[in-house]
Every structure is written in C-alpha cells, then in structure tokens.
Design a binder for this molecule. Structure first.
Ligand code: 3HC
Length: 311
C-alpha cells in the first residue's frame, strides 16, 4: 500500500497521506515520475494542456512499463500482463489542472523551465488545491523558494528532482527551501524512498548537487570541441571508456535536451555572474535557435532515427 501516514499537522490534517498524486506536465520527466508512482500503488493523474501530449505520455509509459516487466517477470507473461494492466489502471490523464488538483495529496510539477510560467501556474493551483496538498517542483535549477513564494503554502512546498530516464535512474534530490517545513521535507523524502529511489537532501542552491556539477561538465565538453581539441565522437568515447560513464557528455546533452542545458546555464549565469564555468556556448545557442534540441526533435549534436537511435 502506498498510503503512508507519517505524522499529523498541527491543524489536524493528515499531511503525510500521499496516495493521490497529480503530475503536472506530460513530457519525459512527468511521464517517468507518473510511471514510478503508479507502479508503487499511487493513484496518478497526469495533467497537460493538450490531449496529444497526454496520449504520447501514456504511450511512452506503456512502452517503458513493458521494458520493466520484461526484466522483472522474465518470461512469466501472466504476471507481466497483470503488472502492466494494474500500473496503467492507476494512471489517468486530464487537461483540467484545477479539477485534478482538488483531490491531490501531492502535486509534482514538471513543466517548462520558465520561472514566470511556473509561478503563474502555482498561483492558480494554490487557490484551488486543498490545504493539505503538498507542492513539489522537478525544476532542474530554478530556486524552489522563488516558486514557493507565488503561493500561500511555502511550508508545504519543496523540490523533488528526478533524473532521466526516471524508471532507471535511482536518485531523487529532495530540496528543502528556507520556507519548507521539516514535516514537508520528511514526507517528500519518504515518498521518494517509497518509489524505490535513493533520496539525498539538498539545499535550495542553483542546480542543487547533480546539475551544478553535471551541466558545466557537459558544456565544457562542447567548448573543448569548439576549441578544436577533439571531435564530438572522440570526446564521448573518451569519457565513456576513460571514466566508465554510460554516455559521453555530448550524447548526454542530446539525451537530456539541448534547450534544458541552455536554460540551466542561464540560471547559473544570473545567479553567479562572471563565472567562466557558466559561459554560454555558441554551438548550444545555435542548436536551440534552430530547434535542434536533441533526441526529442531528431537532431541535436547528432542525428537520430524515429526510434531515437543515433544515426
Ligand atoms: N524505461 C524502462 N527501462 C529502461 C528505460 C526506460 N525509459 N531506458 C532504459 N531502460 C532499461 C533497459 O530496459 C535496460 O535494461 P536491462 O539492462 O535489464 O536490459 C537498461 O535500462 C539499459 O538500457 P539500454 O540497454 O537500452 O541502453 P543503455 O545500456 O545504453 O542504457 C541509459 C541507457 C540507462 C539511458 C544509460 O545510457 C544511462 O544511464 N545514461 C546516462 C543517463 C543520465 O546520466 N541521466 C541523468 C541526466 S541528468 C538529468 O536527468 C537531470 C535533468 O535535470 C537535466
């Protein structure tokens, strides 16, 4: 049972009862979070503005669940089919966020990395959500406090940063902003663990732990290429074979999204101006300008086929 009673709020409301989860944003991160939550018994509603996005999200979840089931139940088709059917049955989709938030214990937001848009959405949801509902952002780098300030529930607001592909990556960064109550942090931490993930505690600093290290590394790999010090392929091969990383840095940019990497770098530039570690890269800027955002658009630094395979 995913339901967890952790402790009572001073108001008497059961703040820790996380059963109904609303995922805002049906992209790859939102879909992945929805999937792992449903597998662990949560009732999940994925909300996005467009039915087409929601259909794509459900199709991606089904495909991913089949991969998980193939590994978990190795040839036992009855168990595998049951796992698939039960997990999918726990996921609904909706284009109406106001309706969906009415019975949510937890909202996990994974929409576009834009502070103003996120703040507008949070403000509206805050007016409509029950008092008990906890809000969490999956932002890659924006300040959780800046997001929380657009609501009247700073104490029930934190960060939950997952990694792509969510069903495979075992980490969740749990972010305690200055206004996040200890109760909320504990609930978010325990909920992350209930998904089978390892949770680490993070301060509300730009990029938290992983992206603060990872994104400058990836952009520096691009700069290495821009300086003519290595081909894209050689840089990737060097880091895969020299360091045992599953992907090279350039492949990883395409996997994560060139636009996401640019957005994260821009947050760093604002937060820590003048630090050359966060300089923009002309190649990254040009790819974003041309809409070549990586695997999701079929081209980034490399070109990809219909199934996302490198060409
Ligand atoms: N759903 C379910 N299972 C999946 C999956 C998915 N979407 N993607 C991969 N898998 C499983 C496969 O079934 C396979 O299982 P098996 O080993 O039992 O057969 C296993 O994962 C490995 O997959 P593949 O054989 O298809 O391919 P690879 O061995 O090349 O692994 C990868 C793919 C897991 C993506 C690996 O290359 C990897 O770990 N890459 C690095 C990913 C990474 O660094 N992510 C973090 C990015 S940063 C981020 O997300 C933060 C953001 O804010 C920017």
């Amino acid at each position: 049972m995913a339901t967890q009673f952790i402790r009572k709020m001073s108001t008497g409301a059961h703040l820790g009862q996380i059963q109904r989860v609303m995922i805002l944003g049906g992209g790859s991160m939102g879909s992945g979070i929805a999937q792992v939550a449903a597998v662990k018994g949560n009732d999940v509603t994925i909300v996005d503005t467009d039915d087409k996005i929601l259909s794509k999200s459900k199709a991606a979840i089904e495909k991913s669940l089949k991969r998980v089931a193939a590994k978990k139940f190795k040839g036992d088709s009855e168990k595998s089919d049951r796992f698939l059917a039960e997990s999918l049955a726990r996921i609904t989709t909706d284009t109406d966020a106001v309706k969906a938030v009415k019975d949510a214990d937890l909202v996990v937001e994974a929409i576009v990395e834009n502070l103003e848009i996120k703040q507008l959405v949070y403000k509206k949801l805050d007016e409509e959500a029950p008092e008990k509902t906890i809000f969490a952002s999956n932002t890659s780098s924006l300040s959780i406090q800046d997001l929380a300030k657009s609501t009247k529930r700073e104490d029930r607001f934190g960060g939950l940063h997952f990694f792509n592909p969510v069903p495979v990556m075992k980490l969740v960064e749990v972010i305690k902003a200055p206004g996040t109550s200890q109760q909320t942090f504990d609930i978010l931490f325990k909920w992350s663990e209930s998904l089978g993930k390892t949770a680490v505690s993070c301060k509300d600093t730009p990029g938290f732990l992983v992206n603060r290290l990872l994104v400058p590394y990836m952009i520096e790999a691009v700069r290495l290429h821009e300086r003519g010090h290595g081909s894209l392929q050689d840089i990737d091969t060097a880091m895969r074979l020299g360091c045992g990383y599953p992907m090279g840095p350039i492949e990883l940019i395409d996997y994560v999204g060139v636009d996401i990497c640019k957005a994260v770098t821009e947050v760093y530039q604002k937060a820590m101006p003048g630090n050359p570690l966060f300089d923009s890269s002309p190649s990254v800027d040009k790819l974003v300008e041309d809409g070549k955002l990586g695997i999701k658009t079929g081209e980034g630094f490399y070109k990809y086929g219909a199934k996302g395979q490198k060409l």
